[in-house]
Design a binder for this molecule. Structure first.
Ligand code: NAD
Length: 380
């Protein structure tokens, strides 16, 4: 069995597998082929991979020969067409938003896995690329805001006078939000946080931030760790509270997402106008429409003196640790796909495999993707 590690295309700087894990992959009975230059942007050289037992090959050869191809970003249609019909592809391609890609995979009969669809269970935590990469995003979002803010984060007592700490508002206290809170606190800011899931209150408080309660959130306890759509009344109450806190904040970090849907709009144009000049918003939901009305994906916008950062691939800006965490997630996941005796083995009785297997021999496997296709057919 040949496992292929593909090089990403700029601006993506991460690599999906690191050399330290190659001996373990080989112990699963695989030959590991790595595309020349795959790790260069993450400061991992071809010789690092070769020393760890990889064969360095050109991309064209990997595409046609590999049994299992691994990437981070989606492959192009023309590349998918080059793969063997029985080949498997593991990547991160947001199938809930990428219907044409799923249709292409179906027509080619390929077996595909999208790691963003791994269920949020305790057993799956070690394979959860959304969590590992959200940790990087939450951390860098705060550093980005701190760098752009025209004032200090910490309280300072200096001979030139005292400086009050910056006020940071974090909306969405999931993985990225909690890391943003922790990072902002380490830099000395005063932090307030909102989330529709009241159960995160304790985690927020344990990081030294204040949790802003909004009464009447919809119950998300059966949604597997994901947020659910809120009632109009809740949204109105939440908007009033956010407006109050936004007007006082120096920095807002937004991370609120609802899988498969457009991100909820939480910061309106009016709220931005009411913010202090010089304030910074970093919108981590930029790729799915943004939590701020003025966010533009992968752009930095200035509006009434407020800087709105819509960077949606922070993990690529810290390719070293982001790649290391991603690779460990992938390695843990491959343990579910590779059986030493049988090689690649599709065990759909395993909820993690079934949850993120998108297509297999012309069929959709993931229940969530099937549901999305059915709903779209009903709407058409
Ligand atoms: P996410 O990226 O889908 O959303 C980010 C946060 O935004 C969530 O906390 C969500 O509740 C919040 N949010 C959504 N709509 C909102 C709104 N209108 N207003 C305010 N907040 C809103 O989620 P995530 O960070 O990937 O994960 C959320 C939670 O799921 C985590 O805190 C964790 O408890 C759980 N989780 C579990 C696993 C696992 O067990 N394998 C893996 C990942 C996450």
């Amino acid at each position: 069995m040949i496992i292929a590690i593909l090089k990403e295309t700029a601006p993506e700087r991460r690599v999906c597998m690191t050399p330290d894990l190659l001996p373990r992959l080989k112990a699963l009975g695989a030959e590991v082929w790595v595309e020349s230059g795959a790790g260069v942007e993450a400061y991992l050289s071809d010789s690092d991979y070769a020393r760890a037992g990889a064969e360095l090959k050109p991309r064209s050869e990997l595409l046609v020969s590999a049994d299992l191809l691994i990437s981070i970003q989606p492959l192009g249609f023309s590349e998918l067409e080059k793969m063997k019909a029985e080949a498997w592809w593991v990547g991160v391609f947001q199938p809930l938003y990428q219907r044409p890609l799923v249709e292409k995979l179906l027509s080619l009969g390929l077996t595909s896995f999208s790691l963003d669809m791994i269920p949020r269970t305790t057993r799956a935590q070690a394979m959860d690329v959304l969590s590992s990469q959200a940790t990087v995003a939450g951390y860098l979002a705060v550093l980005e805001a701190a760098r752009r803010l025209p004032r200090f984060f910490p309280m300072l007592m200096t001979a030139a006078g005292s400086i009050a700490p910056a006020k940071v508002l974090v909306i969405g206290a999931g993985v990225a939000g909690l890391q943003a809170i922790a990072t902002a606190r380490r830099l000395g800011a005063v932090v307030d946080a909102f989330d529709t899931r009241p159960e995160v209150k304790e985690e927020v408080q344990s990081l030294g931030a204040r949790f802003v309660d909004v009464e009447g959130a919809a119950d998300a306890s059966q949604a597997g760790g994901y947020a659910v759509e809120q009632t109009e009344e809740y949204k109105k109450r939440q908007a009033e509270k956010i407006a109050q806190y936004a007007a006082k904040a120096d920095v807002i970090i937004t991370t609120a997402q609802i899988p498969g849907r457009k991100a909820p709009l939480l910061i309106t144009e009016e709220m931005v106008k009411a913010m202090k000049p010089g304030s910074v918003i970093v919108d981590l939901a930029a790729a799915s429409g943004g939590n701020c009305a003025l966010t533009e994906n992968n752009k930095i916008v200035q509006y009434h003196g407020v800087t709105i950062v819509g960077q949606s691939n922070f993990p690529s800006e810290m390719p070293g640790d982001a790649s290391r965490m991603f690779a460990k997630n992938v390695y843990n996941f491959l343990n579910l796909l590779i059986n030493k005796e049988k090689g690649l083995h599709l065990n759909l009785d395993d909820d993690i495999v079934a949850g993120c297997c998108i297509t297999h021999k012309g069929q959709i496997i993931s229940g969530r993707v099937k549901e999305m296709f059915q709903n779209q057919m009903v709407k058409q």
